[in-house]
Design a protein around this ligand. Structure first.
Ligand code: GDP
Ligand code: MG
Length: 312
């Protein structure tokens, strides 16, 4: 990756995490100013982490790690932040896994689920563009059939990325039927990757979940192991509601990885740490903007450091 592109990426991530970073950074500085690292100060640190979206269980687990460490008598905020960054990076490392595509599958199918507005369609566009740049053939299925704008948006991304978009013109068309047709077509054409966009409206949860289940069922008629990747897209500015989104979608689909978006805009980065600790689902990538290049693999160490206001 060119240094400039890296710089741009980290700059945007850093900017997006700056609210969390200053909250935690200043909080730690305040707690440990002129005080030693002891039970009372670590209790305060635990409270601070909870208030920074890390959640009760995750904050307790992280602080337990620090309690087990021996800090020097004169250790201050800097040592605590360093130790905390290490503990967070260690917690995040097992979930930092890029999305793996099986080249033997033609197509490898990727189902993309999530609440409306979290960034599913945008993420699909970015993934398609990246895979196209690697020389893979990609097809998109416009499974969000309820809004004309959603189909249009996917078509625009398809054009940008250079891949066909399978869509139906009538609104409210049967999404599962469309996905089935797209899958057959992708298979017949030997396409490398089929990405399936889905609807995410939550006003009728059971209808939404039924539709997702139906999409999975028809995909399994083509290949019993499909969908080969089921991604849940979460908006990182959401906060604690992300937890219930994971739970709700997992009832319908076997989610096997997360993508977090909007890490460039006042993201609640602590939520990602809490999700990692609680669900241990792979975090494949982070979105830091609306452009084709703004999706990158998730890196545990740099994320932990930026979250605490340290240099990446
Ligand atoms: N700042 C920012 N905006 C994003 C990101 N990803 C998506 N968006 C924007 O969020 C809005 C909803 O995205 P969309 O892909 O339509 O969400 P969907 O309803 O889940 O398909 C759009 O305005 C996108 O441009 C991101 O990583 N950063
Ligand atoms: Mg969409």
């Amino acid at each position: 990756m060119p240094e400039e592109a890296r710089g741009g990426w980290f700059q945007r991530l850093k900017q997006g995490l700056s609210r969390s970073a200053s909250k935690i950074g200043q909080g730690v500085a305040g707690i440990f100013a002129g005080r030693s690292v002891d039970d009372a100060s670590l209790d305060e640190l635990e409270e601070l982490l909870i208030s920074a979206d890390l959640g009760v269980a995750t904050a307790a687990a992280l602080v337990a790690r620090l309690r087990a460490m021996r800090f020097e008598k004169d250790a201050g905020a800097e040592e605590v932040v360093g130790a905390l960054a290490d503990a967070i990076a260690e917690l995040l490392a097992p979930v930092a896994k890029p999305l793996a595509i099986d080249p033997a599958l033609k197509p490898h199918t990727v189902l993309v689920a999530g609440v409306n507005g979290t960034g599913k369609t945008t993420t699909i566009g970015k993934l398609a563009a990246q895979w196209r740049a690697e020389g893979k053939t990609v097809m998109l299925a416009a499974g969000d059939t309820f809004r004309a704008a959603a189909v249009e948006q996917l078509k625009i991304w398809g054009e940008r990325a250079g891949c066909p978009v399978i869509a139906r013109d009538e609104m409210g068309a049967d999404a599962a039927g469309l996905v089935f047709d797209a899958y057959q077509k992708a298979k017949a054409e030997g396409v490398d990757i089929l990405i399936v966009d889905t609807a995410g409206r939550l006003q009728n949860k059971s209808a939404l979940m039924d539709e997702l289940k139906k999409i999975v069922r028809v995909m399994r008629k083509v290949d019993a192991s499909a969908p080969h990747s089921s991604l849940l897209v979460l908006d990182a500015t959401t906060g604690q509601n992300a937890h219930s989104q994971v739970e709700v979608f997992r009832e319908a689909v076997e989610i096997d990885g997360l993508i977090l978006t909007k890490l460039d805009s006042s993201a609640r980065g602590g939520v990602l740490v809490a999700l990692a600790e609680r669900f241990q689902l792979p975090v494949h990538a982070l979105g830091v903007g609306e452009g084709l290049e703004d999706l990158r693999p998730f890196e545990a160490v740099s994320f932990a450091r930026l979250l605490l206001g340290m240099e990446a």
